[in-house]
Design a protein around this ligand. Structure first.
Ligand SMILES: [Zn+2]
Ligand SMILES: [Zn+2]
Length: 389
């Protein structure tokens, strides 16, 4: 089959590889009909995620048709159309039974790597490094889906791939980030980063009762989508001071909740940005937490910082004093996608949201290199790339 393989920094291309096979009774093989490039895939593309090996098949946002099932899978049949959650979860361990699927204790065969870096290991994730289990991903013609009796969600025929594909990651991820804020009616939520997750966080914050959402970014086209599609007020941090603007928009108190939908490759103008850029280049810091710091410093006292962006390692100049002295709460986590797929599918079915609004580029899998470079370079007003094998 054809698959997008990682070969090093900014080197991802399609290759012919062996077809996946059923390895365990609870596996299913999916013929992929749609697959997307995620903002977090750009961290692989740009070489920020350790433990990648040449030839690794990447991609964790995919859906398709079931073509084969193991003997332990009774809920799926050949021909079923399913969307697959990006975390791999067994459904039965202690964290899974508490619906903390991204913390599954049975899906990461390389747990010792996670333990060395983070204390304990997270779950396995499709196409996202050996640290996350070394599973082949879904930017391919076929994928093996472990624990297929638990993960894949059957989707109704009347909805298109483009409407349901993002249940695999970014819609639940934006939603969980907003939910973690504990929004009460009338609250103001600020969202750093207007990429796909930021856009879904904006929509979700309104669904959960926010009175106002403020979107922060530097690309006018992304801010335009946040305003037009999401109904957010916007701040372009290259034009104005974020702190001053937020104070003005919140009666001098700061937003009730702040969502970091940027993660470890944050960009900042001037000295602030140069500091982290230099430190990461010298390997003195692994991540560039510019959005996170700004979210902490600008959140109202007693508010919540919800981190949806990916961080991998260690950060510098972390304003712990602000957190302690102003009673801030930090919430984070890889998304427990399984928990959100059904309720969010219902919101799509009822017409409350059509997630396809973020798609700007439709490519074939053969054009994957172009997809990555366009998305990574924010060229051609690229917000989301969907590919068909
Ligand atoms: Zn993703
Ligand atoms: Zn589990």
């Amino acid at each position: 089959m054809k698959a997008a393989c990682w070969h090093g920094r900014q080197d991802i291309h399609v290759e012919h590889v062996e077809d996946p096979k059923i390895l365990n009774p609870r596996d299913a093989i999916i013929r992929i009909t749609s697959t997307a490039i995620c903002g977090s895939d750009l961290h692989l593309y740009n070489g920020f995620i350790p433990s990648m090996k040449k030839g690794d098949i990447i991609g964790h946002e995919f859906m398709g048709e079931v073509v084969e099932t193991g003997t332990g899978v009774s809920n799926l049949r050949k021909g079923d159309r399913v969307v697959v959650p990006f975390p791999i979860a067994c459904g039965h361990c202690e964290p899974c039974s508490r619906e903390l699927y991204s913390l599954c204790e049975n899906s990461n065969p390389n747990a010792s790597m996670g333990e060395a870096l983070w204390g304990y290991a997270p779950c396995g994730i499709f196409g996202y490094s050996h640290l996350m289990g070394g599973y082949p991903g879904g930017q391919a013609e076929y994928a093996r889906v472990p624990f297929a009796d638990v993960g894949p969600l059957k989707v109704p025929e009347e909805l298109t791939d483009e409407q349901v594909l993002f249940l695999s990651d970014i819609f639940p991820t934006g939603f969980m980030a907003a939910e973690a804020c504990g929004i009460r009616k009338g609250d103001v939520v600020a969202v750093w980063g207007c990429g796909p997750v930021g856009q879904f966080a904006i929509k979700s914050a309104y669904m959960l009762g926010a009175a106002k959402v403020i979107a922060i970014d530097r690309f006018p086209y992304r801010l335009r989508v946040a305003a037009e599609q999401g109904g957010a007020e916007t701040i372009n941090y290259e034009d104005v001071s974020v702190s001053e603007a937020l104070r003005e928009m919140t009666a001098g108190r700061g937003p009730d909740h702040c969502i970091d939908a940027v993660g470890l490759e944050g960009h900042a103008p001037g000295l602030k940005g140069a500091y982290d850029k230099a430190k990461t280049i010298m390997m003195l810091e692994t991540d560039r937490p510019v959005a996170l710091r700004e979210a902490i410093m600008n959140c109202r006292s007693g508010g919540t910082i919800s981190v949806a962006g990916v961080y991998g390692g260690f950060i510098d100049k972390f304003p712990m004093g602000a957190i302690v002295n102003r009673a801030l709460t930090i919430k984070s986590g890889q998304t427990h996608v399984h928990r959100y797929m059904r309720p969010l599918l219902e919101r799509i079915r009822s017409g409350e949201i059509d997630p396809s609004f973020i798609i700007t580029h439709r490519l074939s899998l053969d054009q994957v290199s172009e997809g990555y470079s366009t998305f990574s370079g924010k060229e051609d007003e690229c917000l989301k790339v969907v590919m068909t094998p």
